[in-house]
Design a protein around this ligand. Sequence first.
Ligand code: ZN
Length: 134
Amino acid sequence: MTALSEFSVRTDGQTDWINITGEVKKAVSASGVREGICVVFTPHTTAAVTVNENADPDVPRDVNLALNAISPDRREFHHSEGNSAAHTKSSLVGSSLTLIITDGRLLLGTWQGIWFNEYDGPRTRKVQVRVMGE
Ligand code: ZN
């Protein structure tokens, strides 16, 4: 059994974390898959998806601070669009996730949520979810 679905995310501000756990859970439950895997993918080069804490809003804030320290805007960048810092963060964090489905549900830790990360917003973005299993 397999199912592909897509949803949109509207981001606010240049950098933004949007909790997409609910949308991914909906895609898993609509697929009817009980045992399998779920791939969450975003087809953008200045955004990313990640699993991280969903309880304390200071965690996304602190991760953004760390990413800004790792990849600040640099005068030496060549890319004419001027958003190479965002492209770098996208590559560091990644454009896809593989998650486990068991008993019809996503296997996530108590404090884990699935996040869409914007690095060059605000924009409307897409997230695609492929669910596979039986
Ligand atoms: Zn660019």
